[in-house]
Ligand binder design. Structure first.
Ligand SMILES: Nc1ncnc2c1ncn2[C@@H]1O[C@H](COP(=O)(O)OP(=O)(O)OP(=O)(O)O)[C@@H](O)[C@H]1O
Ligand SMILES: [Mg+2]
Length: 365
């Protein structure tokens, strides 16, 4: 599946723009602040119904206006698909696929697989566990509808349970019987989600190892340790014992919403002991492994968005990456670069042809 064209209306710094793309390599160039990353984000919206960089839809509306809309025409071997994603201040986000409104945004996830690589964005390594959970959840959601449904249900029950904890806290009393249905569902879903995450990592981590080795051509090894309350066999017991503390803190203390995925280099925390280059290579390997497993599961090549990779990697790694991308069953590609001459010469030296798309202040030229 590839994106044939896009129309942006009042999306970030784009007032109105129409762009046509190549099914192969598209190189988006322009000065800092021109709107290159914003264009990738618009594509991300069409595929996953949300921004890759911010969870606030409101921030994506062009300043001084009240709504945005993004329209894209996708083409597969068998058919065409038109997707329109729009959002108006104070209203619900809307998604139309071939003119039909999508009831639940989650129904759309997985239809158009996409992977975004922004090597400079090391927040996955630096930030708290929530970022990492989001990364794995988003990846699993693209390949497993049942996982996404469980996750949404879990979040719903967790919210309800926390509201009840607050109610008990403020009322100075507790009613374990009232809590029981929430506990039962949270425990059940925790087990299901934990099992799925564990199983998925068995397949994902070897792909990560391979990509890291290929990219860095180095001796160091990287790994991911899955940390979860559910790794302990007595989870259910501890969960129930914690009710008083949960009420005191007005929050549920354990469950899969506390899971973390610890990134390691040679057995030590990557955040503390990885060099900047090693951290960037790790992010790259993480995303290439994502590309590989999503492709395998969906039996469909994801659209690949590469943001600023030329700036952030050394020549050897750029070449390794571009060779990989050129050789191994990659589909449509979007690459951003602030320096068009550099992109041109990289593509020429590797005998790759790319469509160059210049952007200036939110307008193609
Ligand atoms: N809601 C919005 N309304 C208007 N402008 C916005 C909005 N959100 C972001 N922008 C503008 O978009 C511009 C940034 O665009 P973008 O991040 O796509 O740049 P870029 O071309 O990727 O630049 P760089 O080369 O620095 O990465 C900034 O000028 C920012 O102020
Ligand atoms: Mg950018």
């Amino acid at each position: 599946m590839y994106l044939k064209n896009i129309r942006l209306h009042q999306f970030k710094n784009y007032q109105e723009a129409k762009l046509e793309f190549s099914p192969d390599i598209n190189c988006v160039t322009g000065l800092n602040g021109a709107g290159k990353t914003n264009l990738l984000d618009a594509i991300h919206y069409l595929c996953l119904t949300r921004s890759a960089f911010s969870s606030v839809d409101l921030n994506q509306i062009l300043h001084g206006t009240d709504f945005f809309s993004i329209k894209g025409s996708f083409v597969t071997e068998e058919r065409k698909m038109e997707v329109i994603c729009s959002f108006e201040r104070g209203k619900k986000k809307q998604l139309l696929v071939d003119g039909k409104a999508t009831e639940k945004m989650s129904d759309h996830i997985g239809l158009i697989p996409v992977v975004l690589i922004a090597p400079d964005d090391t927040s996955l390594i630096r930030d708290g566990s929530e970022e990492r959970r989001k990364f794995f959840d988003s990846m699993l959601s693209q390949i497993d509808k049942a996982y996404l449904a469980d996750l949404i249900r879990y979040q719903h029950f967790l919210k309800q349970r926390n509201a009840l904890l607050k109610y008990f806290h403020e009322g100075g009393r507790k009613d374990p019987q009232l809590m029981e249905p929430y506990d039962r569902e949270i425990i059940r879903l925790s087990h299901a989600i934990h099992q799925r995450r564990t199983f998925f990592l068995k397949e994902y981590i070897p792909a990560l190892h391979r990509h890291y080795q290929e990219l860095s051509l180095s001796q160091e090894t990287v790994d991911i340790q899955y940390q979860s309350d559910l790794n302990n066999s007595d989870f259910e017991e501890t969960f129930k014992k914690q009710l008083d503390k949960d009420i005191l803190l007005k929050r549920t203390q354990s469950g899969i919403h506390k899971d973390d995925f610890a990134f390691e280099i040679d057995g030590y925390p990557l955040k503390k002991f990885g060099s900047q280059g090693q951290q960037k290579s790790f992010i790259l390997a993480l995303k290439l492994a994502q590309f590989e497993v999503v492709k395998q599961h969906k039996n469909q090549v994801p659209i690949l968005l590469l943001d600023d990779i030329f700036d952030k990697l050394d020549d050897q790694r750029i070449e390794q990456l571009m060779r990989l991308v050129a050789n191994r069953g990659f589909g449509q590609l979007f690459i951003t670069d602030a320096r068009p001459e550099r992109s041109k010469s990289i593509f020429e030296s590797l005998s790759m042809s790319a469509k160059l798309i210049g952007i200036s202040q939110g307008k193609p030229f």
